[in-house]
Structures are given as structure tokens and as C-alpha cells.
Design a protein around this ligand. Structure first.
Ligand SMILES: [Zn+2]
Length: 290
């Protein structure tokens, strides 16, 4: 018995459709549970904690993400995506003349690993009320610095790693201190002997030099248009607030001040007020302008 050709095609289509549904269901289920098993989409770079690069359409001005202005270099917008960004579609708004338009892009999952750290100094895990008040004051000051959007020209000659050394903790690690969950790691840790020189990755204005509770001796650099970097746990800062630094200039020395288990640099990179992976920033600014 032979079925007419068109009927067997219809059957084959039905079988394929059913197979697709059966395969599709478990995929949907795992996606809905926000598991960390989905592969990250490396090509787009739009992942929580990453940088979304977007070529502005002709005539587009004033691009914004979550109502915050974003960095534009030549005709490309570099958009910082927060680690807390929900997966799925996200939106940039921009202007063409007086018209407001929007551009949608996909934010894909990235599986960040876990890290467990044991600290002997309990006050660094569970600070007392006075210490907590200080921590809150310091974090609102830092937040304001991260949200700054200066009209300084963004880096044109790449973005250097501030020192050579062993990467001891990656950006995005989900962290536990003495078994207690804490915020994900918002920077890159580079271990190096105390006293190692730390260099500015690009020209900048120094916007903070202070001794902070968790971060120890700390420097903030403003590189322009919402690109802000932070250097923590220094033994000695070598710059002053308000000073302008050149790319590659020594700004301080590695130490272990604040919440640190040994000498290392904690380096945070912030774009439009969100901490992003320093390694993505180095590669995003390395490719030059178009
Ligand atoms: Zn760190």
C-alpha cells in the first residue's frame, strides 16, 4: 500500500511538528525555571553583567537604557547591562530629530559560578550597627559616582588591564562569606604582591580617594560618558581627588586593606551606572572605532 505523495508529506509534517512539540516542552520548562543550564550567547554579548554594542542608525541621538544616557563612541553605543537584568527582551530609546524611537535586543543567560570564602574577621561578615551606618553612607556616595555622566571623551586607545597578575576571582561569581549568601562579585580580582603598581586603564579624572569599610583604600576614576572604574584594597593611593591621570599612569599600590584575604586588586568597571565584566570592557574598547 502506497499513500499518495501529498498525504505522506502531510503525515511527515505532522510527525515533525509533534516531535518539535515534545522536544520543545522540556526546553521551555527549564527556561522558565531560570536555570543556569542554557548556553550563553557569546556573539551578541548581551548578557547580564555584559556590554551590548549597538551601531546607531543614521540620525540617532541621545540613546538611553533604563532612562540613563549611554556611552557613544563614534557611531557605536556601548550599553552596560546589570547582573540583575531579567533575561529576554530589553530596550534602548533614542531620538531622531524630535521623535523618540526604540530598539529592542535580546538578553541571554550567562552561567556565573559560585565562590565560597571564609573570613576570620567576623565584623567583615556581620558588621555592627555603627559599621552598618558607615557602610550605607559609603555605598550611597559610591552609587552617585557610578551614576556620573561627564562629557569627557571616552577612551580612544584601548582599555588596559591595570596590572599583571593571577586572576583570583572572576566578575559575576555568586559569593558566600562564611556560608552566608552575599551580592555577586562586582569586579575582577587580580592577585599580586603588596606594593605592585596599579595603572590607569585609560585617561580619567580622579573622583574619589578614601579609606572605605569593605573596599579599604580606594580610588575612583571617571573616564567619561558613564564609564567609571574603581580600585580597592590598596596599600597606598598615589593620586588625589580632582586630579587628571593619563593612560598607563601609576595611580596606587596593591595592598590588602578592607575586606580582603590577601594582597590583590579588586577592579570594578561601571557603564551607565551598572557594574560590568572588566574583561568585556577591555575587548569592547580594544576593537577601535569604525
Ligand atoms: Zn573583589
Amino acid at each position: 500500500m502506497h499513500l499518495p505523495v501529498h498525504r505522506s508529506r502531510t503525515l511527515a509534517l505532522l510527525v515533525a511538528l509533534l516531535n518539535g512539540l515534545l522536544i520543545g516542552l522540556p526546553l521551555l520548562a527549564s527556561g522558565a525555571s531560570a536555570g543556569s543550564k542554557l548556553p550563553s550567547n557569546i556573539s551578541s554579548g548581551a548578557v547580564p553583567g555584559g556590554i551590548y554594542r549597538w551601531s546607531l542608525p543614521a540620525g540617532a541621538t541621545d540613546p538611553k537604557f533604563n532612562d540613563r544616557p549611554v556611552l557613544v563612541r563614534s557611531t557605536e553605543a556601548l550599553v552596560g547591562i546589570p547582573l540583575s537584568q531579567p533575561l529576554g527582551m530589553a530596550e534602548i530609546t533614542y531620538k531622531v530629530g524630535e521623535q523618540i524611537r526604540s530598539h529592542s535586543f535580546q538578553v541571554n543567560n550567562k552561567a556565573y559560578t559560585e565562590q565560597h570564602i571564609t573570613l576570620k574577621n567576623r565584623e567583615m561578615v556581620n558588621p555592627n550597627p555603627d559599621q552598618l551606618a558607615r557602610i550605607r553612607r559609603e555605598s550611597s556616595r559610591q552609587r552617585a559616582l557610578y551614576l556620573a555622566f561627564s562629557d569627557r571623551e571616552p577612551p580612544q586607545n584601548g582599555f588596559l588591564q591595570p596590572l599583571e597578575g593571577r586572576v583570583s576571582s572572576l566578575f559575576g561569581h555568586r559569593r558566600f562569606f562564611n556560608g552566608q549568601p552575599r551580592n555577586p562579585h562586582s569586579g575582577l580580582d587580580i592577585a599580586a604582591p603588596a606594593g605592585t603598581e596599579i595603572r590607569a586603564p585609560a585617561a580619567a579624572e580622579v573622583t574619589l580617594v578614601d579609606h572605605l569599610y569593605y573596599n579599604g583604600k580606594t580610588i575612583f576614576l571617571d573616564h567619561g560618558q558613564g564609564l567609571v572604574t574603581m580600585y580597592c584594597h590598596l596599600s597606598k593611593p598615589l593620586v588625589k581627588e580632582g586630579e587628571t591621570v593619563k593612560q598607563g599612569q601609576v595611580i596606587g599600590l596593591v595592598g590588602a586593606t578592607g575586606r580582603a584575604t590577601g594582597p590583590h586588586l579588586h577592579w570594578s568597571v561601571s557603564l551607565n551606572g551598572y557594574r560590568v565584566d572588566p574583561e568585556s570592557m577591555m575587548s569592547a574598547l580594544d576593537t577601535g572605532t569604525n
